[in-house]
Design a protein around this ligand. Structure first.
Ligand code: SF4
Length: 580
């Protein structure tokens, strides 16, 4: 038989705490990650449901290539109806659970229902012997790092974990889902962070998923020899190419470029550049490796990019990992917090409590801007994060995201799209990216379709955004990390090699487009209209850059084109790389 055989799908019913396994539909074999999650949600989840109720469906789906020897291909998508946006949501993460689920032959884990006791906690255990739902009340309220340490005494060293912190258990709309990384210490530092999917997991009473693939070999392609040749050749070409240099020191190294482009937001996006660019530059983190240790690593097995930094404190002890550009921007510059070390503390707290660093940074900045506290108050920001876990009124409002705290403070400047905080990449200098924020089913999300080209002519905004959304949706369905920067023809080549049949680049593009169609359909059912495809007044009316001249001024009919008509491929479509 061509390609991996015996693929299966896990169904977990949290109302009755049961798990069953069924065959994975053959005609879905090219659906993985985001596209698979979208298809399951469109088929099985009422888009009008309460995201925190029993009718929401939580999907955990590795990519099509996950668990194989394809480089950097083990991302796992978490999907469901978002308590933050009220629409469909997919957020993906590295770490090892995606690789391990696929090594066991599981294409997805679909969680439905809800326990009758809201205080009960459960876990799902996935091994080569089967799947079980077990009580986990002993883990209630645990922060992510303590939880993983606790689980380390209970499960084999080969297990990986998907978990939530207290924010997820409290069902906060900014809650993330953590995945353990590939290091021996299995740190819960890789987060499917956006859109509050941790709250969906918490509402289902699910504290963690343990996946133990032991020493199982990866998934077998149709022809091992030719697939192996393809993987080795691709890896060598990548290492020899300029692409390998882009994230050599992680995403934090783009800080100076972003600042130059007026897309390093300062003080709740009232300015596009930060006076603290030097102290927040990722170079400072790289310099710290020499005296403190830490360094770059791969967050999941098989990653050849190794963009993830490990950050140590002054005494050489581990502090956090993957201190990213987005985190340095939203929890740093946007809050006028000038020190990368303070941002590292905040990042660790977010990972511990289990909240999205982008949403939470934006929420704190809105709170500062509304007069709740001083801009630049790093200790105050740390206190607020602890208050999230304590469940104070302020902590809950921040943990529910930027829109939540903005409404509470009756503040006028709340930079969100479809209820989700805008990421670092600013839609005023990068207007095609702004079209993505308007039209993406995900709301304000740079990973949905980022175009870092401030000189792009306006007549190309809609097509550039649509094509980037298609490419990124296809990438997020493959299991490839966006930082590998694959093109659609490259993804097609890997699919062809895996299944031993010709799968064209056009088919892969269609998968990306059909994924978007599924997601837009879900959002229509959830009540979204064209009026929701816009950015707030503070982004349309308040400018950044010289003289405040850069505003988001893209007309509604141009925005609509990105969604309502499928463009024929541009000259650059097949060579454009996925990027986030
Ligand atoms: S490229 Fe970076 S984020 Fe992506 S899998 Fe590798 S280490 Fe993780």
């Amino acid at each position: 038989m061509a390609g991996p055989s015996g693929d299966r799908l896990i169904r977990v019913d949290m109302t009755h705490q049961t798990a069953t396994v069924e065959d994975f539909p053959e005609d879905w074999k090219l659906l993985g990650g985001r596209a698979l999650s979208a298809r399951i949600l469109v088929n099985e989840c009422d888009p009008a449901c309460d995201p925190l109720g029993p009718d929401n469906v939580l999907v955990m789906a590795p990519g099509v290539l996950s668990g194989t020897m394809a480089p950097t291909s083990g991302r796992i998508s978490i999907g469901g109806k978002s308590p933050l946006t009220g629409g469909i949501k997919e957020a993906n993460a590295g770490g090892n659970p995606g690789q391990d689920l696929m090594k066991l032959g599981y294409r997805a884990l679909v969680v439905t229902g809800q326990p009758s006791d809201p205080d009960a906690r459960y876990a799902v255990e996935v091994t080569k012997d089967g799947v079980a739902v077990v009580p986990a009340d002993d883990c209630k309220g645990m922060w992510n790092y303590a939880l993983i340490e606790h689980l380390g005494g209970k499960y084999a060293a080969s297990a990986s974990f998907i978990s939530i912190g207290p924010a997820g258990e409290m069902r906060l709309a900014g809650a993330s889902v953590a995945c353990t990384d590939a290091d021996q210490d299995r740190r819960p530092a890789r987060h499917a962070a956006r859109g509050g999917l941790g709250a969906v997991m918490g509402a289902k009473g699910l504290k963690y998923v343990a996946v133990d693939a032991e020493k199982l070999a990866g998934r077998r392609p149709a022809d091992m020899k030719s697939f192996s040749t393809l993987c080795k050749g691709y890896s060598k070409d990548f290492r020899d190419s300029p692409k390998a240099k882009v994230f050599e020191f992680g995403t934090s190294s783009v800080v100076p470029v972003a600042n130059m482009l007026n897309t390093f937001p300062y003080k709740n996006r009232t300015e596009g550049q930060s006076p603290d660019v030097e102290t927040l530059d990722g170079k400072r983190i790289v310099e710290s490796f020499e005296t403190r240790g830490g360094g770059m690593h791969n967050c999941m097995t098989g990653c050849i990019v190794q963009c993830s930094n490990i950050v140590h404190d002054k005494d050489g002890n581990y502090k956090t990992s993957a201190l990213e550009f987005e985190t340095l921007t939203l929890l740093g510059a946007n809050c006028a917090i000038a020190s990368w070390e303070d941002v590292a503390d905040l990042d660790r707290l977010c990972d511990e409590i289990g909240v999205d660093t982008i949403e939470t940074g934006a929420a704190i900045a809105v709170y500062m801007d509304s007069g709740g506290m001083e801009f630049g108050d790093a200790e105050g920001a740390k206190r607020i994060l602890k208050e999230i876990a304590e469940g104070t009124e302020l902590g809950l409002a921040i943990g529910n995201g930027a829109l939540s705290i903005g409404k509470k403070q009756k503040h006028h400047r709340i930079p969100v799209a479809k209820g989700q905080a805008l990421p670092a990449w600013d839609p005023r200098p990068l207007k095609a990216t702004g079209v993505t924020y308007c039209t993406s089913p995900m709301g304000g999300d740079h990973t949905a379709g980022l175009i870092v080209n401030p000189g792009l002519p306006p007549e190309q905004f809609a097509q550039a955004s649509q094509e980037s959304q298609v490419i990124n949706a296809a990438c997020d369905s493959s299991g490839f990390c966006q930082f590998l920067q694959p093109t659609l023809p490259e993804i097609a080549e890997f699919y062809s090699g895996l299944y031993g049949e010709e799968i064209g680049k056009e088919r892969v593009a269609d998968i990306g487009w059909e994924c978007l169609q599924d997601e837009w359909k879900f959002n229509s059912g959830a009540g979204f209209t064209a009026a929701d495809d816009d950015l707030p007044a503070c982004i349309r009316e308040e400018g950044v850059g010289p003289g405040g001249a850069l505003k988001f001024d893209v007309a509604a009919d141009v925005i609509a084109q990105a969604k309502n008509q499928r463009f024929g491929p541009s000259d650059t479509f097949w060579t454009t790389k996925a990027t986030g």
